[in-house]
Ligand binder design. Structure first.
Ligand code: T5A
Length: 213
């Protein structure tokens, strides 16, 4: 039986660069470990009814019978149900096969964003009881101004649901609280996301290489 693979997560505010860095990390691991296959994935998925509803609501695309909902519990349930499916159908089975999972966002996003919507951090943590935790979370720390600047440069249309200055300021603070809370049980590495893309990638390599020693 193959050795269990590693579960690596990238986290940060919208525009922090998680998608860019997830791609670079995937390429790095693919070239470095010839015997391994990295699996690149993301949350929310677009593979469950929960994930599909999230994606629509993020883009303000409502069905005729739907209204705008800004209730932390409603969103947390969607994200956590999507995550449970993602863990059981994609992440855990591939970890058992010895593959490396790289996920663009996971539990810390729920702790940071849904607490910024008003949820209690402890309650949001409790929704994850018994779920597989990452071996390493890489948090790309960027100030909200940098996050917003990159979002605006990148988006052609309206900003998505959570992409508002005041909300992202709360989310940034809550990421720090969440890291303090979760960092006691899980390995979380904080990376300066304001560095140039290649330098951020080099910092990530240093942290990820430690997992394979
Ligand atoms: N959410 C998600 C919750 O509320 N709860 C949850 O549980 C989960 C899982 C997801 C939204 O849902 C929320 C969080 C989000 O609001 P999404 O579309 O997946 O939505 O959002 P993001 O993952 O944030 O995707 P973005 O594309 O907005 O941001 P990324 O992936 O952080 O940024 P990236 O890599 O696409 O880069 C953005 C731009 O910045 C440049 C890139 O080239 C690109 O143009 N860039 C840099 N520029 C300079 N220096 C660097 N170091 C740079 N890195 C990237």
């Amino acid at each position: 039986m193959s050795k269990r693979g590693k579960f690596i997560v990238l986290e940060g505010l919208d525009g922090a660069g998680t998608t860019t860095q997830a791609f670079l990390l995937c390429k790095y691991l693919f070239e470095k470990h010839k015997a391994n296959v990295p699996v690149l994935t993301r949350e929310p998925t677009s593979l469950t009814p929960y994930g599909l509803e999230i994606r629509r609501r993020l883009k303000h695309e409502l069905l005729p019978n739907e209204t705008v909902i800004d209730d932390f519990k409603y969103w947390a349930d969607l994200f956590v149900n999507d995550r449970k499916w993602h863990l059981s159908e994609i992440i855990e089975s591939n970890l058992h096969k010895g593959l490396t999972i790289i996920s663009d966002r996971h539990m810390l996003s729920t702790l940071a964003y849904q607490s910024a919507q008003g949820g209690q951090m402890e309650y949001l943590v409790s929704l994850h009881a018994g779920l597989t935790a990452p071996d390493l979370t890489l948090f790309l720390r960027v100030p909200v101004d940098v996050s917003l600047h990159r979002i605006m440069a990148n988006r052609c249309g309206t900003p998505e649901f959570f992409e508002k200055k005041e909300f992202l300021e709360k989310t940034a603070q809550n990421y720090e609280h969440a890291i303090n809370l979760v960092g006691q049980q899980q390995k979380v590495a904080i990376i300066d996301g304001t560095l140039p893309i290649e330098e951020v990638h080099q910092q990530i390599r240093i942290e990820v290489d430690k997992l394979y020693k």
